[in-house]
Design a protein around this ligand. Structure first.
Ligand code: SF4
Ligand code: SF4
Length: 179
């Protein structure tokens, strides 16, 4: 039989194969044991959560995929993902899940676990630092601008003492490398 000279392309890989050796089977149980994780196993991958999510089209991992990754034990990938921090906490996914999976709350749980392991994006650390140091997240309008807007020229000083106590109790300081 005559040999064909046509080059055969390698098969197209649509998704990266999962490295089974890196799966952590305890991750599912860890999330399930949290108050929001009861219904995790009930997910039947319908993607309704993703259809409802206003930001999913910007994400590599969509909400239904994150839930599937948790079920599979892809701990490292989920806790290192930018998506858990970019969630808008709008609860659209959770409200619409036909299986009552608490998608948004589970993403909160993932953020807490990631924070415990020091996997916090620099942008979030910056916000936490502002909060601890100044008791607010946004820069108050500059004096000259306040004058233009006919506002009182000076903003009364903010006491952050009580606030610091709350942040200490929530261990927010740990995020920025303090107490
Ligand atoms: S909507 Fe609920 S059941 Fe459907 S994929 Fe999302 S979490 Fe799973
Ligand atoms: S809560 Fe987060 S994951 Fe759920 S729909 Fe809103 S942005 Fe998407």
């Amino acid at each position: 039989m005559a040999e064909t000279k046509d080059k055969i392309d390698p098969p197209v890989t649509l998704v990266e194969p999962i490295d089974m050796s890196r799966l952590d089977s305890s991750f599912r149980k860890e999330i399930q044991s949290m108050p929001d994780g009861n219904e995790l196993n009930a997910c039947f991958a319908c993607s309704t959560c993703t259809a409802a999510c206003p930001i999913a089209n910007q994400w590599t991992y969509k909400p239904h995929q994150l839930i599937r990754m948790i079920l599979l034990g892809m701990r490292e990938e989920v806790l290192s993902s930018k998506e858990i921090w970019e969630c808008l906490t709008c609860f659209q996914c959770q409200e619409r899940c036909p299986q009552n999976v608490r998608v948004t709350d589970i993403l909160f749980d993932c953020k807490n676990l990631a924070a415990e392991e020091g996997k916090v994006p620099d942008s979030i650390k910056g916000l936490a630092k502002e909060l601890i140091e100044k008791g607010q997240l946004y820069v108050i309008t500059a004096d000259w601008e306040r004058e233009d807007l006919d506002l009182e020229p000076e903003v009364p000083g903010m006491s952050t003492d009580e606030f610091r106590e709350i942040l200490k109790a929530t261990r927010t300081g740990k995020i920025v490398g303090g107490e």
